[in-house]
Design a protein around this ligand. Structure first.
Ligand code: ADP
Length: 199
């Protein structure tokens, strides 16, 4: 099985490209979905988070208040590292199992959809790194519109991440999503055909 590591920056268009790849027949392993599942009540990561952050990070029904945790780690690097150290191994194990299951089902191409693929060093799990790029002004506009943020909030979120330009250095394939959806679709299709021709 050929595995693409799909990454990008916030609102660069990763979900958009992931949906296009799914349409083309790839199996999508979405690490954002996995990240939500591994912190459900009773899961090992849930227990470790409650031990580290206390019950004040829980809703009354026992679910983790991810928004509150997100706010805490946004302004506290030490706590961010503590949370990452708990969650990343669980996310990686679950993703690895999903990839193994896809391979056993005879899937030819899988996509590991991971916003932090490069930051956490998961390139070794994939055969190619596809980076969804967008110019910063378009990224700001799309983020403001999608998440109803003002410009300074959008900029704070973008600048808290590794820059997209830096991510390009790790790319096997770059999808430039600065244009319209049709232009992106064409690039995705061309890269997919290239891949299919070499399989
Ligand atoms: P990510 O998953 O990287 O955070 P999304 O795929 O959600 O980004 O895209 C961010 C926002 O921009 C979404 O509202 C999406 O509908 C919109 N968008 C994505 N690509 C394009 C495009 N080429 N043209 C116009 N809007 C786009």
């Amino acid at each position: 099985m050929y595995t693409i590591g799909l990454t990008g920056g916030i609102s660069s268009g990763k979900s958009t490209v992931s949906a296009m790849l799914e349409q083309l027949g790839a199996a999508i392993i979405d690490t954002d979905i996995i990240a939500r599942k591994i912190v459900e009540p009773g899961q090992p990561a849930w227990q470790e988070i409650v031990a580290a952050f206390g019950t004040s990070c829980l809703f009354p029904d026992g679910h983790i208040n991810r928004k509150l945790l997100g706010e805490i780690i946004f302004t506290d690097d030490h706590k961010r590292r503590v949370l990452d150290k708990i969650t990343h191994p669980h996310i990686q194990n679950t993703a690895r199992q999903a990839l193994q299951a896809a391979a056993q089902q005879g899937i030819k191409t899988a996509v590991l959809d991971a916003p932090l693929l490069i930051e956490v060093g998961w390139q070794h799990m994939v055969q190619a790194v596809w980076v969804v790029y967008v110019d910063e002004e378009t990224q700001i506009e799309r983020l403001m519109r999608r998440d109803r943020l003002d410009r300074s909030q959008a900029l704070a979120r973008i600048h808290s991440q590794m820059s997209l330009r830096e991510k390009l250095l790790f790319a096997t394939v770059v999808i430039d999503n600065s244009g319209n959806l049709e232009a992106t679709q064409k690039q995705v299709f061309a890269a997919w055909q290239c891949l299919a021709a070499n399989q």
